[in-house]
Design a protein around this ligand. Structure first.
Ligand SMILES: O=C(O)CCC(=O)C(=O)O
Ligand SMILES: [Fe+2]
Length: 412
């Protein structure tokens, strides 16, 4: 595995992946490659292109402002645009000291999307990103914890972070959704203690906040932009347990009893419910061992793959712009595939979240080698000839382009 993305934000990627630190860490990384993820003018460009209000939040003094304060709303504007963000409003809110948050940034800002896709491949977990801009001398959010571990990547200006130990052991996603801030009583107690860590991040600095750790950041005397790259602990053992129970319907015969409705009126008769629950626990204990762990794992792996970012597509040009020429340069998008498997008969299966593409003949080995090399070397359909005839080679490149397994060099 080449850690092309992770090595930009973590000094020892192998150690990080095999055992993410359970205490906060700060690393100063070379700023060059990472400050390009998100800058002030990138925010401007996105606003100019049109951002739906559903992906942007404005937070003033720790409180989310209603979207009506920054959308076009009822102002005279083309109707489909009414729920988009009004750029001028954002400028005023920043002048007022608000923090602007871009959610699911990996979905609509290409540099961050490419980075997260690669990072997900290297880490083996879906990674997502959120962008934050805070004006000088203002605080974004009060102390809280997030769904999973976060890598905060400072791209512009500086922000001072204070971190405190988790209030609960390894909180699960649904627990975080219920409560992710200290109660007043908790705050009274913990605020007596100094923070476990206080650090100011500057461009290129990265802060690892492990799952559950409370954090709050304030911009220094200059504005701050950071990208929070998150690893959601959806894939906990608790989640896996739920997945197994959900798969009990594969054991048709033994499962039949679970189809029964529970007796009506149980809400008024807890003693009846008690006996139903006791029976069910016995039944589950008997049925669970009948599940085939290999089958369940294969199935669950498919579900997990669906949560990774899709390959980068160029759907319009791939569909309409005619065939690529035999000399059109492409590069392999290694991270668009989960695996490349030989089928035993000389063909290879390129495994993606939504199915697989099979390549046969001399092209198969060519594609496999390119994928294993995991480099950014350009190649073209002509490189497959004469072992593969030109029309077939072109067809292979077309199919790979359509699936996002390669991308055209002129689109990089
Ligand atoms: O910048 C802020 O105030 C909040 C950011 C944050 O909590 C995070 O990146 O996880
Ligand atoms: Fe946070």
């Amino acid at each position: 595995m080449k850690f092309r993305a992770l090595s930009q934000i973590v000094p020892d990627p192998e150690a990080f992946v095999s055992a993410p630190p359970d205490r906060p860490q700060v690393w100063s990384m070379p700023p060059g490659p990472i400050v390009g993820l998100l800058g002030l003018t990138d925010f401007d460009r996105m606003l100019q292109q049109g951002i739906p209000a559903s992906v942007l939040r404005v937070v003033r003094a720790g409180v989310n402002l209603p979207a009506s304060e920054f959308t076009w709303g009822s102002r005279p504007i083309e109707r489909p645009f009414a729920d988009h963000v009004r750029p001028g409003a954002i400028g005023n809110l920043l002048r007022d000291g608000s923090t602007v948050v871009l959610d699911v940034l990996h979905r609509f800002w290409e540099p961050v999307g490419d980075f997260c896709r690669r990072l997900s491949y290297e880490v083996g977990l879906p990674a997502s990103a959120t962008g934050f801009v805070t004006p000088a001398n203002h605080t974004g959010f009060p102390f809280h914890h997030d769904e999973g571990g976060n890598l905060l990547v400072q791209t512009v200006g500086s922000k001072t972070w204070r971190l405190r130990e988790p209030l609960a052991d390894r909180p699960l996603s649904h627990e975080t959704a219920r409560a992710n801030k200290p109660t007043e009583a908790q705050w009274e107690r913990i605020s007596q203690q100094p923070p476990a860590l206080e650090v100011t991040l500057r461009p290129g600095d990265v802060l690892w906040i492990p799952r559950g750790w409370l954090h709050s950041g304030s911009a220094t005397d200059e504005p701050s932009v950071h990208v929070a790259v998150g690893f959601v602990p959806m894939l906990s053992r608790y989640w896996l347990a739920g997945q197994l129970v959900a798969r009990l319907d594969e054991r048709r015969a033994e499962f039949a009893g679970l189809r029964d409705e529970v007796p009506w009126g149980m809400a008024q008769r807890p003693e009846l419910l008690t006996s139903v629950v006791a029976d069910l626990i016995k039944e589950l204990t008997a049925i669970l061992p009948l599940l085939d762990s290999g089958d369940a794992a294969a199935d669950i792996a498919k579900e997990i793959r669906k949560t990774f970012l899709e390959p980068p597509l160029t759907p319009v040009s791939a569909a309409l712009a005619g065939p690529a020429d035999p000399d059109t340069a492409v590069v392999m998008v290694t991270e668009s595939l989960f695996a490349v498997e030989g089928t035993g008969d000389g063909r290879v299966r390129l495994v993606q979240a939504a199915g697989a593409l099979t390549v046969s003949g001399a092209a198969a080995q060519f594609v496999r080698t390119r994928w294993e090399r995991d480099d950014q070397e350009p190649w073209c359909a002509r490189d497959l000839t004469p072992e593969v005839d030109e029309a077939t080679a072109l067809g292979v490149v077309q199919a790979l382009l359509k699936a996002g397994i390669v991308r055209r060099l002129d689109r990089l």
